[in-house]
Write a protein that binds this ligand. Sequence first.
Ligand code: EPS
Length: 389
Amino acid sequence: MNKFRFLTSGESHGKCLNAIIEGVPSGFEISIEEINHDLWRRQQGYGRGGRMKIETDKAEIKSGIRHGITTGAPICLEITNKDYENWATVMDTTPIDLSDETVKSVIDSKSFTKLRPGHADYAGAIKYNQNDLRNVLERSSARKTAIEVAVGSIAKQILKQFGIEGVSNVIQIGNAKCNFDISNHTLSEIKNITEQSEVRCYDKNASEKMKQEIDKAKEQGTTIGGKFEVYYTGLPVGLGSFVHYDRAIDGHIAQAIMSIPAIKAVEIGKGTEVANMNGAETHDPFIIKDNTIARTSNNAGGIEGGMTNGEMLIVRGTMKPIPTMKTPLPTVDIKDMTNSEAHFERSDACAVPACAVVAEARVATVLVNEFLNKYGGDSFKEIKAHYDC
Ligand code: EPS
């Protein structure tokens, strides 16, 4: 069941990025300032490259919202790529005259044929029958996560109206790790600190070490990955279901995080650590507290049996180092099938803090979809009535 669904379009250096969101009921207040604030958050982070100095991502709401309130109609969003003005000929959507030497030299200057190991270049070129890897890079670029954050911001704003809120925390960059146990902290406490950190990390000492790791990678002309966590609180019991494989909310969360470029692993709660723990250590005992059922721990990370269990949702993602590197790896040039060095163009030394913001947004779209499935209705009023009963 898909209530809240969306598609996006747009290339990294094309005119713009777009999204159409379908399934947002009427009567929800949506603030463009909040969307733009999330877009700003995605652009931050120590280790970001030159592109973020060019862009000041701002979304424009083209339809589906009137005077700040959703109407129930599809919502269309657009983010203009400022960098397009430098790529207008290269990315022109209309036919071009390649007999014009000037035009041809501009196009050629941005074409490339040296595969970047770790990127979509090789499989993308074969799959879509492309000789110019530009045609693969443009859509596979993580630039598209900007519009995904705008969509996620709408999802977050809907959830917030029911007391559901989330935040992210970078827990590792390279060898620098943050010793962090979420059970000792509240969401607002984490938010206050991570929003001030250049690497979106709760631990100040670890933040400094993370920055040093990024500097080291930069000096070596390489890139660096890491891990982040996303937390959501205020979730009702029973989003998702155990009744079918395609209703399990953890399955949807895993897909949403895994589909972010460069993600290699997703974990919920204690995640892979449970392989080293026995059953008694793993599962979260029930107790009666203040006349209600409570838990003494949250190793499950808020999900049991494919459903939210009312505890804090804890999702962890692992991001690989970005494959576009100043010191390139050996590769093959598909133009003449010779050994070569991989293509390099402007890139980020580290984008883990940005990825954490993207993950917050992607989790929000899953949560809002399941929320609307459970408390469904066509308007805020109907949904609120279902939620309250
Ligand atoms: C990104 C925009 C891109 C890259 C980065 C993410 O812009 P440009 O290619 O013009 O520098 O900075 O994407 C990648 C490095 C990648 O490999 O996908 C953004 O907006 O986040």
